[in-house]
Design a binder for this molecule. Structure first.
Ligand SMILES: CC(C)(COP(=O)(O)OP(=O)(O)OC[C@H]1O[C@@H](n2cnc3c(N)ncnc32)[C@H](O)[C@@H]1OP(=O)(O)O)[C@@H](O)C(=O)NCCC(=O)NCCS
Length: 180
């Protein structure tokens, strides 16, 4: 009888082109301390500021929120070293959360420059789209600086379309309609 080596839900091994192996998996509370350390190192400064401002909370609370997602309304995935959570460095983080009272979810994604440009962003975005479809949502969207060519290119290549942001001329809203 064939024995399938199945991984838990939302887990996947990811081989970087340099041979290093990462694990894509849901975030765990133990990821908090390594993530807090990584936030302090993030570059460029502007991205860190924007990421933190977006969420409107100070870094320690943000880490607490990110590491304790509500499974009914959000998903937070990380790309981490293949070590126990708490020891593993977290190289990328992707979150989608249902906007309360709507059938839409908003995404946020952050790939450390140490591992950028190696396909992690694309794979994590694909997973967020899959999650949003499984929740039977109408749309998935994320706000991006107009100057952020990598994010715009990535989203466009996955079928998102660029729409004007309702509040800020500096931002563009990348929207994916999730028809059934
Ligand atoms: C945008 C971001 C998530 C991309 O992640 P990544 O892991 O580097 O991207 P990938 O290697 O998976 O590349 C996927 C696609 O993104 C686009 N892309 C990535 N880097 C790019 C660059 N430097 N210039 C132009 N397009 C780029 C390409 O379309 C690429 O597809 P291709 O490899 O087939 O050409 C990452 O750069 C990041 O975290 N940026 C800072 C945070 C941010 O801007 N978040 C968005 C707001 S929610």
């Amino acid at each position: 009888m064939a024995i399938r080596n199945r991984m838990p839900p939302w887990h996947e091994n990811f081989n970087l082109p340099n041979g290093r192996k990462l694990l894509l998996r849901p975030i765990r509370p133990e990821d908090g301390p390594p993530m807090q350390a990584a936030f302090n190192l993030l570059e460029p400064e502007a991205i860190r500021d924007r990421f933190l401002r977006q969420s409107n909370v100070a870094p320690p609370e943000l880490v607490l929120l990110l590491t304790h997602p509500n499974p009914k309304t959000e998903i937070v995935l990380v790309a981490a070293e293949q070590l126990p959570p708490g020891e593993a460095l977290v190289g990328a983080l992707a979150r989608a959360a249902i906007v309360p009272g709507t059938r839409q979810a908003e995404y946020t994604i952050l790939v450390s420059h140490f591992v950028a440009g190696q396909g992690l962003g694309r794979q994590l975005m694909r997973k967020l789209v899959k999650w949003a479809r499984r929740k039977y949502l109408d749309r998935l969207y994320g706000d991006t600086l107009k100057s952020n060519e990598p994010m715009m290119e990535l989203a466009l290549s996955l079928g998102f379309v660029a729409q004007p942001h309702p509040d800020s001329p500096e931002l563009v809203r990348m929207v994916l309609e999730l028809e059934a």
